[in-house]
Ligand binder design. Structure first.
Ligand code: 13P
Length: 253
C-alpha cells in the first residue's frame, strides 16, 4: 500500500496574521508545490483568514485548525464550530493534541465526540496520541496507545478511520529537542497500525496515514520518514520558519 506522505505545521499559539502573510510568501519561494507530499498549515484560529488570503487559491497547501467544538452552535463561549471552519475553507483539524489533553483536561471520550463532529462536517481529523515519559518508563506504552486508539476512534466505520490522519507524538519528545529514535518511532507506529487492524480491519489500517511528531527538524526528518509505518510528520517549532518547514517537506518525498 502506498500512502501519500503528509507534513503538517502546527503553529500552536504562534504567528499572527501579519507574520503569516510573510511566512506564506517565503514558503511560495521554496517551490514546494510540485512535491508529491500533502502539505498542511495549522495556524491559530485568528490567523486562518490571513493564511487563506496569502495562499490566494493555491490548492497545494491545505489549511487546518488546532481544535473544534463538538457542538453545533450556541452559548459555548470561546468555542469554534465545524460550520465556521468550513466557511473559512479548512480541510483539516488537529484533535486531542497532548497540550489540549494536559492543559484543558481533554479525554479520549471527549475527543471522540470532536472527531465524529469533524467527520460529519467533511473535515479530516489529525488525531494526536502519545505517551508521557512516566508511562513509557512504567511499561505502559502499548496500553496507553491502545486506549487512545480504541476510545478516541470508538464507533467510527473502517471507511472513516481509513480517511483520518493519526499523529503519534510522544509527549516527552514535544518541544524538548529529544526525538524518538527512528526505530522506537517505527515500533510505536507499527503497534498503532496493528491495533487499528484489530479494531477496524487490515484494509483500513493499511490506508491510515500515521505521522510522527516531537522535535522533528530538517536534520532528522528523512530518517524518521523512511520508516515503513511513518507517513509524515506533525511539526511544531521547526515549522515556524518557511525554510525549515520546506526542508522537512523535501525530506518526506
Ligand atoms: P515540536 O516539533 O516543537 O516538538 O512540536 C511537536 C508538536 O507538538 C506538533 O503538534
Amino acid at each position: 500500500m502506498s500512502r501519500t506522505p503528509i507534513i503538517a505545521a502546527n503553529w500552536k499559539m504562534n504567528i499572527g496574521p501579519a507574520e503569516a502573510k510573510e511566512f506564506i510568501a517565503a514558503l511560495k519561494n521554496e517551490n514546494v508545490c510540485d512535491i508529491c507530499v500533502d502539505k498542511v498549515i495549522v495556524p491559530p484560529f485568528v490567523t486562518i483568514p490571513a493564511v487563506m488570503d496569502a495562499l490566494n487559491g493555491c490548492q497545494c497547501i491545505g489549511v487546518g485548525a488546532q481544535d473544534v467544538s463538538d457542538r453545533d452552535n450556541g452559548a459555548f463561549t470561546g468555542e469554534i464550530s465545524t460550520t465556521m471552519l468550513n466557511e473559512l475553507g479548512c480541510k483539516y483539524v488537529v484533535l486531542g493534541h497532548s497540550e489540549r489533553r494536559q492543559y484543558h483536561g481533554e479525554t479520549n471520550a471527549y475527543i471522540n465526540k470532536k472527531i465524529k463532529k469533524a467527520l460529519s462536517a467533511g473535515i479530516i481529523p489529525i488525531y494526536c496520541i502519545g505517551e508521557t515519559l512516566e508511562q513509557r518508563e512504567g511499561g505502559q506504552l502499548e496500553s496507553v496507545l491502545k486506549s487512545q486508539v480504541v476510545e478516541g476512534l470508538a464507533d467510527l466505520t473502517p471507511e472513516q478511520v481509513a480517511g483520518i490522519v493519526i499523529a503519534y507524538e510522544p509527549v516527552w519528545a514535544i518541544g524538548t529537542g529529544k526525538t524518538a529514535s527512528a526505530a522506537d518511532a517505527q515500533a510505536a507506529h507499527a503497534y498503532i497500525r496493528s491495533v487499528l487492524a484489530e479494531t477496524v480491519g487490515a484494509e483500513a489500517a493499511d490506508k491510515v496515514r500515521l505521522q510522527y511528531g516531537g522535535s522533528v527538524k530538517p536534520a532528522n526528518a528523512a530518517e524518521l520518514m523512511s520508516q515503513p509505518d511513518i507517513d509524515g510528520a506533525l511539526v511544531g517549532g521547526a515549522a515556524l520558519k518557511a525554510d525549515s518547514f520546506a526542508a522537512i517537506i523535501k525530506a518526506a518525498k
